[in-house]
Design a protein around this ligand. Sequence first.
Ligand SMILES: *[C@@H]1O[C@H](CO)[C@@H](O)[C@H](O)[C@H]1NC(C)=O
Ligand SMILES: *[C@@H]1O[C@H](CO)[C@@H](O)[C@H](O)[C@H]1NC(C)=O
Ligand SMILES: *[C@@H]1O[C@H](CO)[C@@H](O)[C@H](O)[C@H]1NC(C)=O
Ligand SMILES: *[C@@H]1O[C@H](CO)[C@@H](O)[C@H](O)[C@H]1NC(C)=O
Ligand SMILES: *[C@@H]1O[C@H](CO)[C@@H](O)[C@H](O)[C@H]1NC(C)=O
Ligand SMILES: *[C@@H]1O[C@H](CO)[C@@H](O)[C@H](O)[C@H]1NC(C)=O
Length: 384
Amino acid sequence: MFSFFLFFNFMILSWGGQYPLVQNMTVTEGGTANLTCRVEYNDNTSLQWSNPAQQTLFFGDKKALRDNRIELVHASWSELTISISDVTLSDEGMYTCSLFTMPVRTAKAYLTVLGVPEKPEIDGLMKPAMEGDHITLTCITQGSKPAADLRWFRNEKEIKGAKEVNASGKTFTVRSSLQLHVDRNDDGVAYTCKVDHVALTQTPQQATEVLEVHYAPRVEIIHSLAVPQEGQYLKLECMSKGNPPPDPVMWTKDGGELPDLDRMIVEGRELTFTSLNKTDNGTYRCEASNHLGTSSAEYVLYVYDPNAVGQHGTDHALIGGVVAVVVFVTLCLIIVLGRYLARHKGTYLTNEAKGADDAPDADTAIINAEGNHAHAEEKKEYFI
Ligand SMILES: *[C@@H]1O[C@H](CO)[C@@H](O)[C@H](O)[C@H]1NC(C)=O
Ligand SMILES: *[C@@H]1O[C@H](CO)[C@@H](O)[C@H](O)[C@H]1NC(C)=O
Ligand SMILES: *[C@@H]1O[C@H](CO)[C@@H](O)[C@H](O)[C@H]1NC(C)=O
Ligand SMILES: *[C@@H]1O[C@H](CO)[C@@H](O)[C@H](O)[C@H]1NC(C)=O
Ligand SMILES: *[C@@H]1O[C@H](CO)[C@@H](O)[C@H](O)[C@H]1NC(C)=O
Ligand SMILES: *[C@@H]1O[C@H](CO)[C@@H](O)[C@H](O)[C@H]1NC(C)=O
């Protein structure tokens, strides 16, 4: 029984579990890597860690390589853990844990070092850009490993760029470009380039550029009256938009200067007529310019005679009156005709017609009704 136990124990020690166990690791550049090697059953045989260049780092608890970044974390019969701080990309590679049994047993752990992408930079911006320009914005980030991803946003809305990845040593240079045909709507728009990478655990790195676009003015006249009449107040507003903001606008009338009148006031972009006069007829033009160009808008003023406009009103009233009378007469005729037909069919049961109330017979009733009709004719004439 006891010998069996010894034999069993021996089996385990010799073949069952006397193997070093390790794990692959991934560390971000600048971080610390803990290399752990475990043995489940060990007869006090020494453990050793060596680097990808086959240099021994630690033999048991004894430091072998002079490198301040490498320290012992834990050494026991069952475990040898060392740490490498301030990890660089050159630390990447296959590390070996050896158990000095006869023969020596080894386990290999691959240390992956992530390259942190640098803060991206945006190139190719012209400040300011001119409307109509074709520009290419390029965003570059270096030092990523694996290659970072770059994403473009136009005011928070994602847009697609053209990505290009080049290896430079162990890391990657990633650039993404955006072709823009600039117009006035791009003025003030923020273009952001964001870096996505596994080593960026917090908010992604990003760069933002705000476009400034210069463009020639565009002018429009807004008027306060649809049908200007003599004596009315009229305001013409010259709306001009440009970047840089256009000079004060200039008003002209029929190609010449504005007449010098008290009731015509120019204030900023506004031209006001305190009381319109027929002599104000004409083409008014407002002009705005900046260094990129000049633009203008015209307004043709036709001052209506209030009496003529009133005449129009009377005409409408007259037509309305005539239509009303014609409708009234037609209705009367229909009623009278209806009654007439009803009576001649012998239906005397109803006597609704006003004219029929005191009529001795049907014919008189009809005559009375016709009298009403004649009355309507008189009314019609009176209306006209
Ligand atoms: C490495 O080991 C040390 C000591 O046990 C511990 O404080 C540290 O958190 C470990 N680091 C990692 C990345 O596991
Ligand atoms: C390992 O060695 C220590 C003394 O160096 C001893 O006390 C211990 O019992 C040994 N362990 C084994 C499993 O042989
Ligand atoms: C460790 O990494 C190496 C090299 O990348 C790979 O061949 C191996 O399969 C990995 N082992 C484990 C357990 O992931
Ligand atoms: C990447 O490499 C190509 C071809 O080798 C080259 O034309 C290009 O300029 C490089 N781009 C970067 C970002 O280095
Ligand atoms: C319009 O102007 C003329 C000449 O300036 C003046 O005689 C006339 O009274 C004005 N009409 C009105 C309605 O103000
Ligand atoms: C105003 O303009 C109308 C049409 O253009 C024209 O018939 C009228 O004579 C003009 N009146 C004056 C005072 O210029």
